[in-house]
Design a protein around this ligand. Structure first.
Ligand code: NAD
Length: 364
């Protein structure tokens, strides 16, 4: 087919490297900010306070209340505090939860965000926000929530435990996988997706073996940056739909759910996405069956491989399958109720993903 695409670049400023946290005061000053609110999760309050101390007078306060999926009550408190302190910007230090809280403030108060990511989730690269009320998560896109500046300092990821590093990294790879077969995939984004998956797949075993290996941490974070940029630029498909449904309905943990579902969702889509299979095969060291390779990688990383071990009851499989097909996301392979149920059953049990078909192998 003749090449045809539309590509819209997003403004992003990235400062990358070990020790770049020291440049945070300059980044704050460059944006003309003088009273920023530092946001972090309760578990990372010490880190938040350290960042606040480094900012000195330019910091108006610290709010250590970020939580997964941004509950509206927390978002309201954060907005009120920003008002009360006369904050003119936010510095989000942490994973997707801290960045998500900054986005919730930006959405209403239009305050610029500077992000200092400490996981591989990638939210800092996207204009996507999320808010959860009464157990229901609403999401949307808004240019105002895209961080103005992102400081990727691998030293900030040294404290991320091995298991969380593994699942967070697999969460990032999931963005690359779905970006490769997205309806709005573009050549530049596909290059980023392939390179992001390659960097993470190579780095994660080293990170898990030795969490203090700064080179491995830097390589993983480089991959996470690329995968986050892919997430921002493309429309996600069945895999993300399943994870959103599982997370929203059963409150399963975000990164772990991505890790378990990814090989199965990819196995389902592989027959309809030969270009993605070829790119992932290159990224994963020539793997014949990328879905199987990711399933084995999860095992090597000591990451969970079954939804049962994440606490999902077998009886919920059918309900999740119904919900996932009710309002399906765009997908390279037509989504059927039976297909989704059987992939969920395999993911629930921790069984291997369905193997790549021989005729598919010939095409890639
Ligand atoms: P998280 O931000 O919830 O962090 C998980 C836990 O790990 C927290 O307790 C946190 O304090 C801790 N932690 C983080 N970094 C650490 C470090 N370096 N050392 C020690 N502890 C650390 O988890 P996450 O997976 O990064 O983010 C998940 C959330 O982000 C979800 O709500 C998800 O929906 C959202 N998300 C949004 C987007 C988007 O584009 N909007 C993209 C990805 C994820």
């Amino acid at each position: 087919m003749t090449r045809s695409f539309t590509y819209q670049a997003l403004p992003m400023r990235v400062v990358f490297g070990a020790g770049v946290l020291a440049k945070l005061p300059d980044e704050v000053a460059a944006l003309g900010l003088s009273r920023v609110l530092v946001l972090c999760s309760p578990e990372q309050e010490e880190t938040g306070q350290r960042v606040a101390a480094a900012l000195g007078e330019r910091c108006a306060g610290v709010l250590a209340e970020a939580r997964m999926h941004v509950p509206v009550e927390v978002a309201r408190r954060a907005r009120d505090l920003a008002d009360e302190l006369g904050a003119d910007g936010c510095v989000a230090v942490g994973g997707g939860s801290a960045v998500g809280l900054g986005k919730a403030i930006a959405l209403e108060h239009d305050l610029p965000i500077i992000a200092v990511p400490t996981t591989y989730a990638g939210s800092e690269m996207t204009p996507v926000w999320g808010l959860t009320e009464d157990g229901e998560k609403r999401t949307g896109r808004d240019a105002r929530v895209l961080p103005r500046s992102v400081l990727y300092d691998p030293e900030m990821t040294l404290g991320l435990p091995a298991r969380m590093s593994a699942t967070s990294g697999m969460n990032a790879i999931a963005h690359a996988v779905e970006g490769l077969y997205a309806p709005d995939a573009t050549p530049i984004i596909s290059l980023m997706a392939e390179e992001g998956a390659r960097a993470l797949a190579a780095a994660l075993p080293r990170v898990v073996a030795d969490g203090s290996d700064l080179d491995a941490r830097a390589e993983a974070q480089y991959g996470a940056w690329l995968c986050g940029a892919v997430l921002a630029a493309t429309t996600m498909s069945l895999h993300h739909k399943l994870c959103h449904t599982l997370g929203g309905t059963l409150d399963l943990p975000h990164a772990q759910t991505h890790t378990v579902v990814l090989p199965h969702a990819l196995a389902f889509n592989q027959p309809a996405a030969p270009g993605a299979v070829a790119a992932l095969s290159r990224a994963l060291g020539g793997a014949r069956d990328p879905a199987r390779e990711l399933w084995e990688l999860a095992d090597r990383l000591g990451a969970p491989r079954s939804l049962a071990e994440l606490g999902m009851a077998e009886a919920d499989i059918s309900r999740i399958a119904d919900l996932a097909v009710a309002k399906p996301y765009a997908n390279p392979r037509p989504v059927t109720r039976d297909g989704v149920e059987s992939l969920l059953r395999a993911a629930w049990a921790g069984a291997p993903p369905s193997p790549i078909e021989p005729d598919q192998e010939e095409r890639t």
